[in-house]
Write a protein that binds this ligand. Structure first.
Ligand code: ZN
Length: 290
């Protein structure tokens, strides 16, 4: 009888020990696209909270008390960097806590707009792969017990991103070169343009904060007419009225919505990074392709 007791206790201990190694790491990502990348690498080993949620605009975000709590409880805080999260230093200071800040763009070559880096680096899939490598290394360092799982998750996700990159290239190849020009609201697709060879013209600057002048808009309208640009696009983070007006004045049709800085909720058109890139490329090819 007594031996059974000890055996049962031993079995219980061996069951509990690996469960403890799988304790989830509390991490925070500054915005929805980054949170999705972290979830893909972290899998069951992490609880991912985010600050700027789906359909949110990271350029002009105002943190709330719940954000401060998330940061205070986190072991790692993943940020994009390149000036996207101007509101972050104050939040971290007021939140306290001991979160290590991990900058996902470390190692990405920035595109410059004047002296400032363009923050939208994730719009090139090759850059997203650098984000994933940084996330993998930070998670493995913070939770060595789960490092093997993080590396395996990262490997399979990186393979999906390779396939996605080829998909984008194949899709762009179906658009005739003369048609590889689009208008979007703010300058969020510079890295996409550089990587895949579609030209984006935007009346609003690199941050959604700035407002275009009447002269900027007139300039764009002239450009659209002269270059016979066939389509203009709305963005989920920008006011649609400007693009609607440009469409009316030029006859360029609205080719749909591009997701630039933010994912949609689960049931929307772009609930993950991969779904976002696929949605954008489909919108572009159906508006520009022949
Ligand atoms: Zn943006």
């Amino acid at each position: 009888m007594r031996r059974w007791f000890w055996l049962a206790l031993l079995a219980l201990v061996t069951l509990v020990a690996p469960a403890r190694a799988q304790e989830r790491l509390n991490v925070v990502a500054s915005f929805s696209i980054l949170a999705d990348l972290v979830r893909n690498v972290g899998g069951n080993g992490v609880n991912v909270a985010m600050l700027v949620g789906p359909e949110g605009d990271a350029h002009v975000y105002r943190p709330n008390p719940a954000d401060a709590r998330k940061v205070a409880e986190a072991k790692l805080l993943f940020i994009n960097g390149f000036g996207l999260e101007g509101w972050l230093p104050r939040l971290v200071q007021s939140a306290g806590g001991k979160a290590t800040i991990v900058t996902a763009t470390d190692g990405v070559t920035p595109l410059k707009l004047g002296s400032a880096p363009d923050p939208h680096a994730w719009q090139s899939v090759a850059n997203a792969k650098i984000y994933v490598a940084n996330i993998r290394d930070a998670l493995a360092a913070a939770s060595p017990a789960n490092a093997t799982a993080f590396r395996a998750n990262a490997d399979s996700y990186l393979a999906e991103l390779d396939a996605l990159d080829s998909e984008v290239r194949q899709a762009v190849a179906t658009i005739s070169e003369a048609h590889r020009k689009v208008i979007s609201t703010h300058r969020a697709f510079g890295y996409f343009a550089a990587a895949y060879g579609i030209e984006f013209i935007a009346p609003v600057g690199v941050s959604t904060e700035s407002e275009p002048s009447a002269r900027d808009i007139a300039g764009i309208i002239t450009q659209i007419k002269k270059a016979k640009i066939p389509a203009v696009f709305l963005e989920n983070v920008s006011d649609p009225r400007l693009i609607q007006r440009i469409s009316e004045e030029t006859g360029a049709r609205i080719g749909g919505t591009l997701y630039s800085d933010s994912l949609t909720a689960e049931k929307g058109e772009a609930p993950t990074y991969i779904a976002m890139v696929r949605h954008n490329i489909k919108a572009l090819t159906s508006a520009l392709g022949h």
